[in-house]
Write a protein that binds this ligand. Structure first.
Ligand SMILES: Cc1cc2nc3c(=O)[nH]c(=O)nc-3n(C[C@H](O)[C@H](O)[C@H](O)COP(=O)(O)OP(=O)(O)OC[C@H]3O[C@@H](n4cnc5c(N)ncnc54)[C@H](O)[C@@H]3O)c2cc1C
Ligand code: FES
Length: 279
């Protein structure tokens, strides 16, 4: 259920404690519940989302991209696309927003224990992978090899640049950053995410692959994973179907009998293949 009070449509007030521009379009917000006790009681699973509201402008869905192992604040990264996100970008530290969270289901972090994990992200699609990765790094002994492939149009467009520096320096994980086209001063990988993945050839043995990003990247990444021998049960992704109520009542997000807001947004490829072809 979204909130502790009886009306699940009512946002709870949160205060912005920090912001950061990730690139020209994405602004990250760190928020805490105004009620300090609520902050202490709040719990969630990596991959769960919240409806963040700019009072008077409406609400929109964003993944909680900080991990549940670090509860000083909840972090959301908002890419400016339309009315609500444009309004949200105007808010700054000290301002109040509304939040309905946690909503939906998260990643199967229990089922991934003892397995190798390959995270494949593109653009703002790194947001759900960030919470999962930080959660696994905070519980490092529970997981096998961790590989991250993160693609961006250009070096400036990467989100979470300070995290990337830290992840690069860690001996217990591997990060491959790639940009679409070569450019001056970029000495790392160049190429589209699915092609880089095919070059890297992660082994499917005892491995789960999780991919989030633009639909075109997901489509070719799924094909690449299949080529590498990953089965449908070993491939996990998130669906960004538009949401309204977030609690399975309004019918805005359904695909056949499944509601992305309660049955997802995280699905295995096997589960996706059971959905009607409208996807
Ligand atoms: C489960 C889930 C998790 C998400 N996590 C994040 C996140 O962490 N960070 C982030 O920046 N965004 C995320 N999104 C997308 C975000 O919810 C939308 O960008 C936001 O609702 C846009 O609101 P708006 O009023 O600014 O834009 P609108 O005015 O509603 O739309 C502007 C344009 O974007 C298109 N659009 C808006 N939302 C979607 C969508 N969900 N799918 C496809 N096209 C869309 C519209 O068709 C329109 O062309 C997530 C969405 C879902 C469903
Ligand atoms: S958003 Fe209302 S049913 Fe899913």
């Amino acid at each position: 259920m979204a909130a502790e009070h009886t009306n699940p449509y009512l946002p709870e007030p949160v205060v912005i404690v920090g912001t950061e521009m990730e690139n020209s379009l994405v602004k990250t917000f760190r928020v805490v519940f105004e009620d300090a006790d609520r902050m202490k009681r709040f719990s969630f699973i990596p991959g769960q989302v919240g409806q963040l509201s700019a009072f008077g402008a409406g609400e929109a869905t964003f993944v909680i991209n900080s991990p549940p192992t670090r509860m000083d604040y909840l972090q959301f990264s908002v890419m400016q696309t339309g009315e609500v996100t444009r309004k949200l970008h105007q808010f700054k530290a000290g301002d109040r927003l509304g939040l309905r969270a946690p909503l939906g289901g998260g990643f199967d972090v229990e089922g991934m224990k003892g397995k190798n994990v390959v995270l494949i992200g593109g653009g703002i699609g790194m947001a759900p992978l960030r919470t999962l990765l930080l959660y696994m790094l905070d519980n490092r002994a529970d997981y096998g090899d961790i590989t991250v492939v993160y693609g961006s149009k250009s070096p400036e467009d990467f989100c979470y640049k300070s995290d990337l520096e830290e992840w690069n320096a860690r001996p217990d994980m591997r990060l491959i950053e790639t940009v679409d086209n070569s450019c001056t001063l970029w000495t790392k990988c160049v190429g589209l995410v699915p092609n880089v993945l095919l070059d890297e050839k992660p082994s499917p043995v005892n491995t789960i692959a999780v991919t989030c990003g633009p639909p075109i990247m997901i489509r070719f990444t799924l094909q690449a994973l299949e080529k590498l021998g990953f089965s449908d049960d070993q491939i996990v992704t998130t669906l960004e179907r538009r949401m309204k109520c977030g609690i399975g009542l309004c019918g805005r997000c359904n695909i056949g009998e499944k509601y992305v807001c309660v049955d997802g947004p995280v699905f295995t490829l096997s589960q996706l293949k059971e959905l009607p072809a409208e996807l």
